[in-house]
Design a protein around this ligand. Structure first.
Ligand SMILES: Nc1ncnc2c1ncn2[C@@H]1O[C@H](COP(=O)(O)OP(=O)(O)OP(=O)(O)O)[C@@H](O)[C@H]1O
Ligand SMILES: [Mg+2]
Length: 244
C-alpha cells in the first residue's frame, strides 16, 4: 500500500467538509463554480481551502487572480492565501508550462499534492475537478474518504448523459452527491421543464449566464459583486442542509 495514503488522512483531518465540484462534461463551469464557491463561503466568514485538481488545465488561479507567489515549505507545503482562501494548485510548481504527464503520473501527482499540503483547520475544502469521468475522479473517490460531490450541469442532452454517469459513479462508490447546480441558465421561469430536476439528486438552483463575469476574472472584488456570486450565495442559503 502507498504509505502516502495514511499521511493524506492526517492532512485532511482538520477539515469539516470536503466538496468536489464535478459534472463530467467539459466547459460547464466547474472551475468557475468552485472558485466562486470558495470566495462566497469565505465572504460569509468561513475558513476555506481551494484545491485545483485539473492538472492538465488548471484555471482557478486565473479566475481568482493569483499573483506570483510560491508556497512556503514547513514539514509539507503551506498553501498561500488568496483573499483569505488557502489555495493549492499545480501551477505553483509548473507555472504555465504544459505538463508532460500520462496515466499514472496524474495519480501520483494528485496523491503527492494531497500528501504534502498542510491545510490545517478548515470549514470547507472545495476541490475543482477536471472534465471527464477518468482517473482523477476515481483517485479522489479512493483517497479522500469523506468527499461529497456537487455537480454542475446545463440543459443540453450532451451534458446530461455524462452527468448521469458521474452521479451514478459517485453514488456507487458510496459518496454523497449533495446536488446539482445549473450553470449559465438562460431562463429561470420554466422550472417544470428543467431536465436537471429529474435527476435522482437534489436540484440546488440556477446560476444565470452573467455577462459581467468574464470582465471580472482576476479580481476577487469584482467577482464578489457579480450576479454569479449573488446567485451562488442564494443557492448556498436555500440549501442549508447541503452546505452547512
Ligand atoms: N455563469 C456564467 N456566466 C458567464 N460565463 C460563464 C459562467 N460560468 C462559466 N462561464 C464561462 O464559461 C467558460 C467555462 O467555464 P469553466 O472554465 O469554469 O468551466 P469548466 O467546467 O471548469 O471547464 P473545464 O471542463 O475545461 O475545466 C469560461 O469561459 C467561463 O468564463
Ligand atoms: Mg475547469
Amino acid at each position: 500500500m502507498d504509505p502516502r495514503l495514511n499521511v493524506i488522512d492526517e492532512r485532511l483531518s482538520g477539515i469539516k467538509k470536503i466538496i468536489a465540484v464535478s459534472g463530467g462534461k467539459g466547459g460547464v463551469g466547474k472551475s468557475s463554480v468552485s472558485s466562486m464557491m470558495a470566495l462566497v463561503l469565505k465572504s460569509i466568514g468561513k475558513e476555506v481551502g481551494l484545491l485545483d485538481l485539473d492538472l492538465s488545465g488548471p484555471t482557478d488561479h486565473i479566475i481568482l487572480g493569483l499573483e506570483d507567489v510560491f508556497p512556503e515549505e514547513e514539514k509539507g507545503i503551506i498553501p498561500p492565501r488568496l483573499r483569505g482562501i488557502k489555495f493549492m494548485s499545480i501551477v505553483y510548481f509548473v507555472k504555465e508550462n504544459p505538463l508532460p504527464f500520462r496515466g499514472e503520473d496524474f495519480s501520483n501527482a494528485i496523491i503527492e499534492l494531497l500528501a504534502i499540503t498542510r491545510w490545517g483547520d478548515l470549514d470547507y475544502l472545495i476541490v475543482d475537478m477536471p472534465p471527464g469521468i477518468g482517473d482523477t475522479a476515481l483517485d479522489v473517490i479512493r483517497v479522500i474518504k469523506n468527499i461529497e460531490f456537487i455537480m454542475v450541469g446545463n440543459q443540453s442532452k450532451l451534458t446530461l448523459r455524462t452527468l448521469k454517469k458521474v452521479i451514478e459513479m459517485s453514488k456507487k462508490s458510496g459518496k454523497k452527491v449533495l446536488g446539482v447546480i445549473e450553470n449559465m441558465g438562460i431562463s429561470k421561469d420554466n422550472e417544470k421543464e428543467n431536465k436537471l430536476t429529474f435527476l435522482d439528486v437534489p436540484f440546488l438552483g440556477i446560476i444565470g449566464f452573467d455577462g459581467e463575469y468574464e470582465s471580472s476574472l482576476g479580481s476577487t472584488d469584482k467577482l464578489l459583486r457579480t450576479q454569479f456570486a449573488q446567485d451562488l450565495k442564494e443557492i448556498i442559503f436555500d440549501n442549508r442542509e447541503a452546505f452547512f
